[in-house]
Design a protein around this ligand. Sequence first.
Ligand SMILES: CC(C)(COP(=O)(O)OP(=O)(O)OC[C@H]1O[C@@H](n2cnc3c(N)ncnc32)[C@H](O)[C@@H]1OP(=O)(O)O)[C@@H](O)C(=O)NCCC(=O)NCCS
Length: 172
Amino acid sequence: MTELTTATIRPLTAEDAPAYRSLRLSALAETPEAFGASHDEEAAQLLAWFAARITPQPPSRIYGAFQEDALIGMAGFLAYGGEKKRHIGLLWGVYVAPAGRGSGIATALVAAVIAHAREHVRMLHADVGVDNHPAQRLYEGLGFRSYGIQPKALCIDGVFHDETMLALDFTI
Ligand SMILES: CC(C)(COP(=O)(O)OP(=O)(O)OC[C@H]1O[C@@H](n2cnc3c(N)ncnc32)[C@H](O)[C@@H]1OP(=O)(O)O)[C@@H](O)C(=O)NCCC(=O)NCCS
């Protein structure tokens, strides 16, 4: 049972760019198989790139979890564009720093993304490594259901990783 988190959850703003850059690069270095981007690709980016990343075109946004003003977790919502795809959004970039885990912070972050997504899209997608049982349990506990496996979804240092594709259907 997850204890209630004491973290503050709010959308990131451009002022959060230095903290976001630091946490994001830690995440990419610590668990490369959990993210589609590589550490080296993003480490090469300037701070302005991270500031733009965390202030995307609405309704896309990134939520941060803060404890005593320190950013310790994050979860992104990306709304697909275009007439035929704009009913779908993507949950992406979910991460909680190791010291903050196991106290419901990721649950609170993903719940914030879901509450926001529900207002803007009909379907929310997420991709999770097939071996990433903590994230799968987290997402399924919040209503996501698996609809298939994408083989060789990522290639990291020459090793392929399959991903489970999940969806949360707000219409049922
Ligand atoms: C996955 C992750 C975000 C969970 O963060 P967290 O703040 O510890 O999660 P919570 O405390 O909110 O736990 C929520 C649920 O996740 C699942 N979970 C979390 N840690 C788990 C673990 N070590 N083993 C199994 N399930 C786990 C459980 O279902 C848990 O609910 P429960 O405690 O009621 O059983 C965190 O471990 C992380 O950042 N991992 C590395 C990056 C990553 O894998 N991101 C997801 C990419 S798809």
